[in-house]
Every structure is written in structure tokens, then in C-alpha cells.
Design a protein around this ligand. Sequence first.
Ligand code: SAM
Length: 362
Amino acid sequence: MSAPAEIPRTRAIPDEDQRRHRRSVVIDTLADIVCRSSGTVPLVVIHDATRHGGHLADELAEAVYARGQPCARLPDPAPLIDRDLWRADQAAVTVVVADGPPHGDGPPTGRRDLVIYLRTPPDAHAHHGYGDAEHAADVVVDYHDPTWPVIRRVATHLEHASERVYLTETRAFFAARAATWDHKFGRDLPAYAQAIDQAAIPAGATVVDVGCGTGRAMEALRAAVGPGGAVIGVDLTPHMLTVAGDSTEPAAALLLGDARHLPLVDGSVDAIFAAGLIQHLPDPAVGLAELARVTRPGGRLILFHPSGRAAQAARHGRSLREDEALGRPCLDQLLADAGWTLTDYDDPPHRFLALAARSGLR
Ligand SMILES: C[S@@+](CC[C@H](N)C(=O)[O-])C[C@H]1O[C@@H](n2cnc3c(N)ncnc32)[C@H](O)[C@@H]1O
């Protein structure tokens, strides 16, 4: 188990100090990413649909400057139409921070700009048609609540930052949601039960709910395996496990752990349930291979979400892409490479369900 954090005893909603701290962690992390990339990334564009990114751009420019990097803050990237010329005049400036949409025609010769995309409520995106902008960005920040921003993705070419950012930011994202998660999503429980029923997990099985969150699937999983079976919940976010521990009967073991390094021996599990997990992993291939490692040959994998992919994309104001990990062709390949065989794939608006069987030890 890789997670060193303790499971907290409280599950309160973050207070003002915690929110201030969260914002400064994000600014510092972005400044680190920018400074460590500045040899190749002279222009940083904060891109959002609502134009509220100006504050973030101000704070980022200050943080970059405070790190000793000569930095200019522009109110808009528009003056940089002839960027090479502008940069030649500004030799002392190594980083330029602007807010607004980046130019569509790509970076100038030999340069790579860094686009930080702010994910905001989808209403704003509808007016601006920003469906693919998130996909094209180098860094994606969830900015639905500007007092609790969370970095949700860092492009692989910025590798130096990605692992640390992944752990801190995933936990921050879900920690703030843990206390209200069940209240917000409680009505989805019948869909979980139906998916688990359809997966036909055998009685007496050992099943692991990876990314179990607040334990919403536990009751249905326990019913499926019966008194002779075992249910284990694993999650990366301590606050989610605290809620799970409050609401789950002692019949399930809860472990703080990472889906990419499970604290389980090879082939020890009959079935894996993972709801809403794969899209949060930085490299789904690594996660699926680890799930395969702990599953016995013939064991089952149940990938579930209580809404379909199109509905999830619409909720986030982005276009649905078939080259996402859970798109059918992509998932088929990822599963095969990881040692699974896809047996069922269902993606209507009201749920996502993919079932796979462990193909045999590789
Ligand atoms: C969208 S929530 C779903 C929670 C729960 N499965 C449900 O359906 O309510 C995703 C969960 O995955 C957890 N998670 C994200 N990355 C993880 C990882 N690498 N290992 C284990 N859990 C992870 C998060 O902490 C969060 O609780």
C-alpha cells in the first residue's frame, strides 16, 4: 500500500483557512510546473469559458516571479499574434502569463506553449463551444469552485510533476466531496445493485471494490457474495474511507491504497468492482494491469458508472471522444493488453457497464 496518509476522524466540509491553503497549493504547483518547463514554455495561457481566469493568471504570474523567473503578465494573449517577434523584443522575460483562449493555429516555430484549461460549469461552455479545448490543454484545473480549485490532469510531457500532483490533487478533489457524496448521489444505488446482479459474482467469492469511495456498492456486493464471501474496499482518499467506515457494516474491510499498487497477492481475488475509477487514473493501462494481477484466471472485472459516457461528457461541457479509455475500441484494446477479455459493453445514457473476464496469467 503506497498511501501514507492517516484516515481522518472528521469529515467536515473545508473551512476558509483550508480553502485558502488549497488555492495556494494549486498556484504553487502550477508555478512549479511552469518554472521547470520554462526553457521550452515561454507563454502560459489560462483558458476558461467564463473569463474568470484572470485572478488565477495574476496569482500565477506573481508566484512565477517570486521564484526568480522574469515574468510578464498580459491581460490577453491577443497582442501576441506575431509571438516570435514579441518574444525577440522581450529577451529578458522568460515566462509570459496571459488569460483568454489560445490561438488556434498552434505554437510558433520551435516553441511549445503551455495551456492551462479551467473546467467551469457547462452552461458557460455551451455559449462558447469549448468542447475539445480541455482535451487539447496541457493542464486541466477543476474550477467549478474557485475557492477549491483542483488540478485534474497534467500532460505526460510534463512528467516531472505528474505523480505528486496526482496523489495530492485526487485526494483534494474527493476530500471536499466526501461529506456530501451519499446525499448527492444516493438515488443511484439501485443502478449499482442492478449492475452487480448482472455481473453474476459467485456466492462465496472474494470481491474488491477498487476506488470504493463512500462504499455505495458495498451492500449489493455483500448480498452477491453471501455470508461465505468477502468484500474489501480500497480507496486513495482518506476522507472517502471515513464516510465509508461510518456507513458500512463491519463485514467489509476498508483499506487505504492505490489501485495501481494494490496490497493484495497475485491471483487472490475472484472479482473486481470499479465504479468511476478508470477515468481518474493517469494511466488506465497501468491500473487495469494491476487489477488483472490480483485477479485469478476466469475472475471478473466490473467497470461501472451510474451515467453513460455521453451524459458524463455533457455534464463536464466536453465532447465525447472514442479515443478515451472507456470508449469501446480503446477499452477493448486496453483490456486485452492488460490480460482481460471484454465480454459485455453497455453505454446508454443512464449507466456505463463493461464486464470482462481474466484471460489467464500472462
Ligand atoms: C468517482 S469516485 C467513485 C466512488 C465510488 N466508487 C462510487 O461509485 O461512489 C472515484 C473514487 O476513486 C478514488 N480513487 C481515485 N484514484 C484512485 C486510485 N489510484 N486508487 C484508489 N482509489 C482511487 C477516489 O478517491 C474516489 O473515491
